[in-house]
Design a protein around this ligand. Structure first.
Ligand code: SAH
Ligand code: SF4
Length: 361
């Protein structure tokens, strides 16, 4: 199979520079092209009016440009906006804009947070999650990841101040493209968003967590814990059989020590599965094993076709009370976007052929 054409937004400044030099272009060209892409937000190579015409057609022949096309936007009462995009090969992904989200990962509040996808589908098959239900199709290129940000800024007319890699897919399973995208999003010649405003969420790929600890960028890390014993966690997250809690927690401790940074344990509360008092006690023990941990509890978001339930508010509060009594830094996030199926992978599922009858909105 021939290689897929390279997305122009998958390239760093140095890489584009090397290619343009090979084409006999002067040294300043790469910066000029980046300015068109990220500052002026050009819609095509043809629009880059101060580039020689011959170069514009050369670039158009060599690179893909905008293959993240909006299909549908869904707004919710609390103004969370969900975007469904179609990629060049027809695959569907989604991004969610959460205006004025509370300070969950250490950032200032009243910021516009964008939740973006890194893969089409997900191979990890967590039992509660819509993204994994149809399996994994492919990794997104760095350009497809970066373009979600540009597209949403264009469609919403809002500047994004925070990015969370919590859409469809397991970011750390697409490590190289993720790092490339983060570099481009962070760079002054790129989207220019501070690394501290970028959070990567993982289901717990221990080796990649250690690898991430070696990266220079100070991005934030969130771990989807969801179970504080191997028994509970393996029941809902198959990845736990590969990297059991002891292995995961060691990687987390390594990360916080090496980066001198906090990390967040995400813990969705699922009725009767992980929300009992003994589960809270287990979570206290686990959180104490890693220095610099905050716990973020999220009541489960109902997924159509799955039987898991969100616990009552009284039960959520009782769970939180155990963490607070043990002085574990913990917050309870009563999810935004509940009414538009904002948990990852849900909009896409509704838009896939089997759900086509529901596609009228
Ligand atoms: N694969 C990565 C990132 C994408 S999922 C990961 O698992 O961390 C982003 C977050 O949404 C994860 O914490 C995931 O467990 C959570 N999530 C998935 N389905 C959910 C649901 N129905 N309700 C609430 N949170 C959900
Ligand atoms: Fe994949 Fe994350 Fe969903 Fe698990 S929770 S299936 S890792 S997207």
């Amino acid at each position: 199979m021939p290689d897929a054409p390279l997305h122009i937004k998958s390239l760093t400044l140095d890489e584009l520079g090397a290619r343009l030099t090979a084409l006999g272009q002067p040294g300043y060209r790469a910066k000029q092209v980046m300015q068109w892409l990220y500052e002026k937000r050009a819609k095509s190579f043809a629009a880059m009016s101060d580039l020689p015409a011959a170069l514009r057609s050369q670039l158009a022949a060599e690179f893909t440009f905008d293959d993240v096309q909006p299909v549908r936007t869904l707004g919710s009462k609390d103004t969370t906006l969900k975007y469904l995009f179609q990629l060049g090969d027809g695959a569907l992904i989604e991004s969610v804009l959460i205006p004025a989200s509370p300070a969950l990962y250490g950032e200032a509040s009243d910021r516009r947070t964008l939740c973006i996808s890194t893969q089409v589908g997900c191979a990890y098959g967590c039992k509660f999650c819509a993204s994994g239900l149809d399996g994994w199709s492919r990794n997104l290129s760095a350009g497809e990841i970066v373009e979600q940000v540009l597209r949403v800024e264009e469609l919403s007319g809002e500047k994004i101040n925070n990015i969370v890699f919590m859409g469809m897919g397991e970011p750390l399973a697409n490590f190289a493209n993720l790092m490339r995208a983060v570099t481009i999003i962070n760079a002054p010649w790129g989207v220019h968003l501070g690394a501290r405003h970028i959070t990567i969420s993982t289901s717990g790929l221990a080796p990649q967590i250690r690898e991430l600890a070696e990266q220079p960028l100070q991005v934030r890390l969130a771990i989807s814990l969801h179970g504080a014993t191997d028994e509970v966690r393996s029941q809902i997250m198959p990845v736990n059989r590969k990297y059991p809690l002891a292995v995961l927690l060691e990687a987390c401790a390594y990360y916080t020590l090496r980066k001198k940074q906090w990390l967040t344990f995400e813990y969705i509360l699922i009725e009767g599965v992980n929300d009992r008092p003994e589960d809270a006690a287990a979570l206290v023990r686990v959180a104490r094993q890693v220095q610099g941990v905050k716990v973020n509890c999220i009541p489960y978001n109902k997924v159509e076709g799955l039987d898991w339930k969100r616990p009552s508010e009284a039960r959520q509060d009782a769970f939180m009370a155990v963490l607070t009594a043990a002085r574990i830094p913990a917050t309870l996030r009563r999810e935004k976007g509940h009414d538009i199926a904002a948990a990852c992978g849900q909009l896409r599922r509704q838009a896939l052929p089997a759900g086509a009858d529901r596609d009228a909105g």
